[in-house]
Design a protein around this ligand. Structure first.
Ligand code: SAH
Ligand code: SF4
Length: 346
């Protein structure tokens, strides 16, 4: 099944041959301004809705809907065609409303501290499946306007490169989101960072660093063996030189693992050489990684140490922990995987 969000306006117009020309504008408006599913666009005749409705049924089937932070954070579990499940998180703040989307069902990168990585990879999402997450969240956010989209849900967006690029372009062109409001977070797929820089796409890049020495980083992030820190550094330099934009580093503080004084020094050197901003976040607990996040006191000291060395560092607040909706906690177990676990244990 395809989603109407998989298509450009001209392609939809082709499908509507024989209909009055203004129909495509009505449908486009319903999809992108009102975030409606085809069968909800009441400006078009019922019969057309029915015909298109057969072609495009919504791709996301809600199987769970939970909220926390007094309703300001909401997480949905969606079942996709074929049975895989993904998670999407909506976070309302005073000054913005952000949706955190999944780019893959699961993830193949295997970062030790991440629940998605612990669960393994099921499949890539399609453009329509990512965009429908955004539209679903935009509707739930009403009457507030969805202002930010971050690719920080399940999966590695740069491993699903073409879809990520397509989605970002459409969000910019059709939803009017600017680079400041579109963030792609990557574990550090160096060649894909360079390739994306060349597209000139308007977006903010966040790189999940978590350690600034190769030995420790490889233990946390297996991909570091393939693209070690020096290679990643080159990609980051290329990103800045080509796009003219700065990037930020994500650093999940793990007690005794990457929150030592020497980590402050290593991180400061790496970040300063790239004029990068650092986002600190205490590690969120996951079942497969039995190390704790740093204490509030240590998070504070770590940030102060960075600032003293001239690094621009902020602490990101943790939303949705109680509903397993915080960064790195997303791990809807897919049907396919459940089955394989059942077979293995039989
Ligand atoms: N694959 C991409 C984007 C999805 S993960 C990436 O790795 O960047 C989104 C963010 O959550 C990343 O910065 C990731 O490092 C972080 N993360 C993963 N597990 C976490 C955990 N247990 N606690 C805090 N952050 C975590
Ligand atoms: Fe994948 Fe990102 Fe989790 Fe690593 S941190 S396993 S890249 S989702």
């Amino acid at each position: 099944m395809r989603s109407p969000y998989d298509f450009a306006k001209a392609e939809l117009a082709e499908m509507l041959e024989g209909e009055p020309r203004y129909r495509v504008d009505q449908i486009w408006h319903g999809l992108w301004s009102d975030h409606q599913a085809i069968n909800e666009i009441t400006t078009i005749p019922k019969s057309l809705r029915a015909t298109l409705g057969e072609r495009f049924t919504p791709l996301l089937d809600v199987v769970n809907d939970v909220s926390s932070d007094l309703g300001a954070t909401r997480k949905w579990v969606f079942r996709l065609e074929g049975g895989a499940t993904i998670e999407t998180v909506l976070m309302a703040y005073e000054d913005r409303v952000t949706v955190c989307v999944s780019s893959q069902a699961g993830c193949a990168m295997g970062c030790t501290f991440c629940a998605t990585g612990q669960a393994g990879f099921t499949r890539h999402l399609t453009t329509g499946e990512v965009l429908e997450q955004v539209m679903f969240a935009a509707r739930a956010a009403a009457p507030r306007r969805l202002s930010n989209v971050v690719f920080m849900g399940m999966g590695e967006p740069l491993a699903n490169y073409l879809v990520t690029v397509d989605v970002v372009r459409r969000l910019h062109d059709h939803l009017g989101l600017s680079a400041r409001h579109l963030t792609v977070s990557t574990v550090g797929v160096a060649p894909a960072i360079e390739r994306m820089a060349k597209t000139g796409l308007p977006l903010t890049l966040a790189v999940s660093l978590h350690s600034a020495n190769d030995e420790d980083r490889s233990a946390l992030i297996p991909l570091n063996r393939r693209y070690p820190l020096e290679r990643l550094h080159r990609a980051c330099e290329f990103w800045m030189a080509t796009t003219g934009r700065r990037l930020s580093f994500e650093w999940a503080l793990i007690d005794g693992v990457n929150d030592r004084d020497r980590d402050i020094d290593e991180l400061a050197r790496y970040a300063l050489s790239l004029h990068a901003h650092v986002n600190l976040i205490p590690l969120n607990p996951t079942p497969g990684y039995l190390v704790r996040g740093s204490s509030g006191q240590r998070v504070h000291e770590f940030r102060a140490g960075l600032i003293e060395l001239g690094v621009n560092a902020t602490v990101r607040n943790t939303r949705g922990r109680s509903i397993d909706a915080a960064c790195g906690q997303l791990a809807a177990v897919t049907n396919a995987r459940r089955k394989s676990i059942a077979v293995r244990s039989a």
